[in-house]
Ligand binder design. Structure first.
Ligand SMILES: NC(=O)C1=CN([C@@H]2O[C@H](COP(=O)(O)OP(=O)(O)OC[C@H]3O[C@@H](n4cnc5c(N)ncnc54)[C@H](O)[C@@H]3O)[C@@H](O)[C@H]2O)C=CC1
Ligand SMILES: O=C([O-])CC(=O)C(=O)O
Length: 267
């Protein structure tokens, strides 16, 4: 049940996540997608996904209550910053974009200028609530490990110097900070950025990325220690058929965030 006014949504990106979000919101009177925003070359494909829907290459300046980004890092600069600056709240999936130097501050400044808010969704990872709460008491260490099948690392720096198809055992393809991970793997390490922003920050969060021929899932592990105690979390996410880099949970996380914005009882 919804107690709050219905929202007219502009959905930025209509790929694996966007298409599934559209499907789940179909018929939801409180969350009406009124526009899809994709690059000019993607307009025809998006029109096929949502016949009759307004498809544009920029967020319409009027009639939008909320912008939802499910597109990629570049879309934050291109669509989210201007929407925030003109006062439209935004929900963001491509959290790794905040790993670029000064970008988190830029996003915050745009939201302040527009007197609005940008919400970063947990996406494919859990326990962001626990981690962000634990940070208040003080954290000592946070480690994140992302393990995906070799095919999920295609088209990334993991291919440099190795044949992903030939891997026979789990192979560490990256070890370093969350900032470096999110910058080097913009389609695979958004959760590294999310964990770090909720916890110890982009530079103090240790990240390991693994290509594992023995797994068919996207396995995310977080180990955190601090004044609160400690926790270990393992997520074994099913990838989306339309994009093996992306976990299905990301879609549900986006829809949960949207439903909570209009629900009388939010959880
Ligand atoms: N927070 C999280 O846990 C996760 C976040 N992501 C983020 O979500 C993004 C989208 O993921 P998928 O749907 O699987 O990718 P996808 O490649 O299937 O779809 C991307 C869509 O965005 C559109 N697009 C690309 N650049 C754009 C731009 N500048 N402006 C507007 N539209 C643009 C494409 O035309 C396409 O429709 C990823 O690139 C990643 O940044 C993905 C997985 C997990
Ligand atoms: O969907 C996932 O499993 C995680 C992902 O791609 C990301 O963090 O960018």
């Amino acid at each position: 049940m919804s107690a709050l006014p219905a929202l007219r949504i502009a959905l930025v990106g209509c790929g694996a996540i966007g298409t599934s979000v559209l499907e789940l919101l179909k018929g939801d009177a409180a969350l009406e997608v009124v526009a899809i925003v994709v690059p000019a070359e993607g307009v025809a494909a998006a029109q096929k996904v949502a016949p009759g829907m307004r498809v544009a290459s920029s967020v319409p300046a009027d009639g939008i209550d909320l912008v939802v980004e499910t597109a990629g890092h570049a879309a934050i600069e291109e669509h989210v910053l201007p929407a925030l600056a003109r006062g439209t709240p935004c929900v963001v999936a491509s959290v790794g974009a905040l790993s670029a130097a000064g970008f988190a501050e830029k996003l915050e400044a745009a939201a302040i200028a527009g007197k609005t808010q940008v919400q970063l969704i947990p996406g494919a990872i859990g326990a962001i609530d626990a981690l962000a709460a634990a940070r208040i008491g003080g954290l000592d260490s946070v480690r994140y490990t992302g393990r995906k099948p070799p095919q999920a690392w295609k088209g990334t720096p993991a291919e440099q110097g190795r044949d992903l198809d030939a891997l026979v055992q789990p192979t560490v393809i990256f070890e370093g900070s969350a900032r470096e991970a999110a910058l080097l793997y913009p389609k695979n390490a958004n959760v590294a950025a999310t964990v770090s922003l909720a916890g110890l920050g982009l530079d103090r969060t240790q990240v390991r990325l693994i290509a594992d021929p023995a797994t068919t899932e996207n396995v995310h592990t977080v180990e955190a220690e601090g004044a609160f105690g400690s926790f270990e979390l393992t997520m074994r996410n099913k990838p989306l058929a339309a994009n093996p880099k992306t976990s299905a949970l990301t879609v549900y996380s986006a829809v949960r965030a949207l439903r909570n914005r209009v629900a009388a009882l939010a959880i």
